[in-house]
Write a protein that binds this ligand. Structure first.
Ligand SMILES: [Zn+2]
Length: 126
């Protein structure tokens, strides 16, 4: 018979949004010019306070996920696989290689310039 055992208990603390001022709420972008840095600082502060004031704490650590985005268009960063770079239905042109970004023309142009790959041919260009 299958039996469920609950173990590895943890407490998850989510920091208050930077724009949540308690008495009013504004966007995080209005509250901070560097959301990543300021949120990290807030988390480090909370972790320190928990460590200092709360009993029976084994360990406290600040965790986060990394999301890769394009600096030009802000979409999620995606790259061609070797198979996609070889496939005429998924690649941009015959110069496409594994690792080429797919989100926007600026990212593709930057990638190609860095590697000395010929620029993308625009559709309809003479
Ligand atoms: Zn992009």
């Amino acid at each position: 018979m299958k039996k469920t055992v609950r173990e590895d208990f943890r407490i998850v603390i989510t920091p208050r949004r930077l724009g949540d001022l308690g008495w009013m709420s504004i966007s995080d972008h209005m509250a901070s010019d560097n959301i990543e840095r300021d949120t990290r600082e807030r988390c480090d502060e909370i972790a320190e306070q928990v460590q200092r004031h709360v009993d029976n704490v084994g360990s406290v650590e600040v965790q986060f996920t990394e999301v890769h985005t394009c600096s030009h268009c802000f979409l999620t960063w995606e790259e061609l696989t070797a198979e996609e770079a070889a496939d005429t239905s998924t690649r941009i042109d015959e110069h496409s290689v594994e690792g080429e970004p797919v989100c926007c023309d600026k990212a593709i142009a930057e990638f190609r310039t860095e590697r000395g790959i010929p620029a993308e041919q625009q559709d309809g260009a003479a």
